[in-house]
Ligand binder design. Structure first.
Ligand code: DGL
Length: 266
C-alpha cells in the first residue's frame, strides 16, 4: 500500500513542489488540486483562503482517504495551516518562503523576497525574517503579475520578457542583491528567465527540496496509516471550475503523470 498525498495550489505552481516530492517518493499515490475558480490567490483575503483550504481538503478527503496534505502554495500556507490542522488529523505540510536558507547562502547579506502580494505582507513572513535573517537586508517585491506570467507560460510556452522585467525592475541594477527567494511555487517555472534579466544574482532559493525531505521524514517517523489504495492506482487531479482552458490544463497535468482530471463541486 502506498501513502496518499494531496497537494493543492491555486494553479500549476504547486507542480514544482510535486516534482521535488515525486523525486524522493516516486511510488506514493498523488492527488493534485488546482483551485482555478479562485485563481490567483495573491490578493485574496485571509478569510477566503482559509475557507477554500478547508473546503478543498474536506471534499477530497470524502472521496479518497488521505495520509497527508501538502499546501503547495506560499500565499495559502502563510495563513491556512492552523485551520487545516484543527480540522484534520492527518499531517499538513506547508510551503513557506525559504528565508533561512537564503540568509545562510547570501554573501552580501542582501536578499530579495519575490512572492505574491499577500505573502509579502503576512505577519508569518515578518516573523521568519525576524528569526532567521536579522543580519540581512531583506527587500520585497509582491506581485500578482508574475503568477499570471507563469500560468501564461504553461499555456503558451512563451514568456512576456518586458512584463517580467517590469516586475523585477527595481532589482535590475541592484549593487548588492545576490540572493532571491522564490517565495511563490509558480516562480521556479521562470527561474531561467529571471536569471537572464538579473545576471548579478547568484542564488535563487526555493523550498521544494526541503519540503520533500519533510514529507519523507513525517511519513517515516509518524508511522502514517497507509491508504486503502493499491499500487496501481493512477495519480488523480482535481480542479474547482470548468474554465475555458481546461483542455490545456488537463494536458499539463497529464505531462506530470495525472491522467484523470475531475471538477470538484465546491
Ligand atoms: N502558487 C501560489 C504561491 O505559492 C500563489 C499563486 C497565486 O497567487 O495564486 O504563493
Amino acid at each position: 500500500m502506498k501513502p496518499t498525498i494531496l497537494l493543492y495550489d491555486s494553479g500549476m505552481g504547486g507542480l514544482t513542489v510535486y516534482d521535488e516530492i515525486q523525486k524522493v517518493l516516486p511510488n506514493a499515490y498523488y492527488l493534485y488540486c488546482f483551485d482555478n475558480a479562485f485563481f490567483p490567490y495573491s490578493e485574496k483575503s485571509e478569510a477566503v483562503l482559509i475557507t477554500r483550504a478547508v473546503k478543498i481538503v474536506q471534499k477530497i478527503a470524502e472521496k479518497r482517504p488521505l495520509d497527508m496534505v501538502v499546501v503547495a502554495c506560499n500565499t495559502a500556507s502563510t495563513v491556512v495551516l492552523p485551520a487545516l490542522r484543527e480540522h484534520f488529523s492527518f499531517p499538513i505540510v506547508g510551503t513557506v518562503p525559504a528565508i533561512k536558507p537564503a540568509a545562510e547562502v547570501s554573501q552580501t547579506k542582501t536578499i530579495g523576497l519575490l512572492a505574491t502580494k499577500g505573502t509579502v505582507t503576512r505577519p508569518y513572513v515578518a516573523e521568519l525574517i525576524e528569526k532567521y535573517a536579522q543580519d540581512c537586508v531583506v527587500e520585497k517585491i509582491g506581485t500578482t503579475d508574475l503568477v499570471e506570467i507563469v500560468e501564461e507560460k504553461q499555456r503558451t510556452g512563451k514568456v512576456d520578457m518586458n512584463r517580467l522585467l517590469n516586475v523585477v525592475e527595481e532589482w535590475k541594477n541592484h549593487p548588492t542583491l545576490d540572493t532571491i527567494i522564490l517565495g511563490c511555487t509558480h516562480f521556479p517555472l521562470v527561474k531561467a528567465e529571471l536569471k537572464q534579466i538579473l545576471p548579478n544574482v547568484r542564488y535563487f532559493v526555493d523550498p521544494g527540496i526541503g519540503i520533500a525531505k519533510r514529507v519523507v521524514s513525517l511519513l517515516e517517523t509518524q508511522g502514517v496509516a497507509q491508504s486503502q489504495y493499491g499500487r496501481n492506482t493512477p495519480n488523480e487531479a482535481f480542479c474547482t471550475s470548468q474554465g475555458d482552458d481546461l483542455v490545456i490544463k488537463q494536458k499539463i497535468m497529464q505531462q506530470s503523470g495525472f491522467n484523470q482530471l475531475s471538477v470538484l463541486d465546491i
